[in-house]
Ligand binder design. Structure first.
Ligand code: S3P
Length: 434
């Protein structure tokens, strides 16, 4: 599918963005581990989250969609899954494959996980290695890539130092740790999104967080029925990010984004944009299902270049494509370092970003662990490619709003992985240039 974007004058309005993807996955998975019916309000009906639903159904879990859009998960307890009679298809969703691997490591049957061509190129040794150490029999193609074959076992607690800052790997280990006969400690190189810790704690399981060290004590968890939950998923800051940046950059723009998750492990982009000179405010901050939520207000302003590295990187790991678009319009140099993880996302985001933004006239130089952008540049509409990467596609769409002439993004169907209504939402708040 080709998405055509015309230049915009400004954006204006009041918006609720799609529900949080990370939380939708986790609420569904943990709902399946509980005993009884978990209700996931505001579940994100996107391709990635539906992959989690499909896999759980393949494991014998009943999942229903309520007329209001809520998801009902009929949890069968930690060991209530049925052995699947075919390979589980994770589609393009790395979160599904990695988090589910942690759960399957605790099951006393063999299962296999595969996914789209793009997912089958993404590294899984990062979960194979710790889950194997915990006692699971787990193999991948070349011991590194999907498909994965997992024979769960009686697991042991481990102390595991993560080689990379990854919430998916941390979560896989913590989910496997529920099945272990002793506590597990995960040590992160830098804090990553802590949704799993929050939700597992809400189920009454002891999770102690001490800086970057997370300890889960599974004492008697296997003998206990976990209570079903009532989770309300807030808006996804990673989806709000595209409009946040568009409103910063298009002169005269003014936008409210309602009920967005503002967990501090996710708000790196807001901090960085403010450092660049953005006019962003938060209102009505409160907790929903144990997660911080707020309304976000943004108004156009002039931005300047910024340096990003260290602990900020995992706090905005999905926002670098849209940050790069902001940097093309900022005055001066923007430098991103310590972000080599971008190379193993839905696409190699360092090289795809550089290639596609250059086609639109950006001055961007690739680095092994990031990029350097010189701004401001006048972008021009171009034929660009999404590379199976929803966040790259939506970032290019925002670049298209700023450009001279039409931008055509091919392969834009991947936007449905996280934001099926993106085009409609964008057209609702965009005012055309006259
Ligand atoms: C996610 C963690 C991040 C992020 C991904 C969702 C999660 O991946 O990029 O979109 O839900 O845990 P990594 O754990 O690979 O950094």
């Amino acid at each position: 599918m080709i998405l055509s974007i015309e230049p915009a004058a400004r954006i204006q309005g009041d918006l609720t963005v799609p529900s949080d993807k990370s939380l939708s996955h986790r609420a569904t998975l943990l709902g399946a581990l509980a005993t009884g019916v978990t209700r996931v309000g505001n579940f994100l009906w996107s391709a990635d989250c539906l992959a989690t639903v499909r896999c759980l159904r393949g494991l014998g879990i009943r999942i229903e969609q309520e007329p209001c859009g809520d998801l009902l998960v009929h949890g069968r307890g930690l060991r209530g899954f049925a052995a699947p009679d075919s390979t589980l298809d994770c589609g393009g969703s790395g979160t599904t494959m990695r988090l589910l691997s942690g759960i399957l490591a605790g099951q006393l049957f063999t299962s296999a996980l595969t996914g789209s061509e793009a997912l089958r190129r993404r590294p899984m040794d990062r979960v194979i290695e710790p889950l194997r150490r915990m006692g699971a029999d787990i193999h991948g193609r070349e011991d590194r890539f999907p498909p994965l074959q997992i024979r769960g076992g009686n697991l042991h607690g481990v102390a595991y130092r993560l080689p990379m800052a990854s919430a998916q790997v941390k979560s896989a280990i913590l989910l496997a740790a529920l099945y272990a006969d002793s506590p597990t400690v995960v040590i992160e190189p830098a804090p990553t999104r802590d949704h799993t810790e929050r939700m597992v704690s809400a189920l009454g399981i002891a999770v102690a967080v001490n800086g970057v060290e997370i300890t889960l004590d599974p004492k008697e968890v296997l003998q206990t029925a976990l209570p079903p939950m009532n989770v309300l998923v807030p808006g996804d800051l990673s989806s709000a990010a595209f409009f946040l940046v568009a409103a910063c950059l298009l002169p005269g723009s003014e936008l409210w984004l309602r009920d967005v998750g503002v967990n501090p492990t996710r708000t790196g982009l807001i901090d960085v944009l403010r450092q660049m000179g953005a006019d962003i405010g938060l209102a009505k901050e409160h907790l929903v299902s144990g997660e911080p939520v707020a309304d976000i207000y943004v108004r156009a302003s002039d931005l300047r270049g910024v340096e990003i590295g260290g602990e900020t990187v995992p706090r905005m790991i999905d926002e670098f494509p849209i940050l790069a678009v902001a940097a093309t319009q900022a005055d001066g140099t923007t430098v991103v370092r310590d972000a080599a993880e971008l190379r193993v996302k839905e696409s190699d985001r360092i090289s795809t970003l550089a290639a596609e933004l250059r086609r639109m006239g950006a001055r961007i130089e690739e680095q092994p662990d990031g990029f350097v952008i010189e701004g401001p540049t006048r972008l021009c509409g171009a034929e660009v490619e999404a590379h199976h990467d929803h966040r790259l596609a939506m970032s290019l769409a925002v670049a298209g709003l700023l450009a001279e002439g039409q931008t055509r993004i091919s392969g834009a169907e991947c936007i449905a992985d996280s934001f099926p209504d993106f085009e409609l939402t964008l057209s609702r708040i965009t005012q055309r240039r006259s």
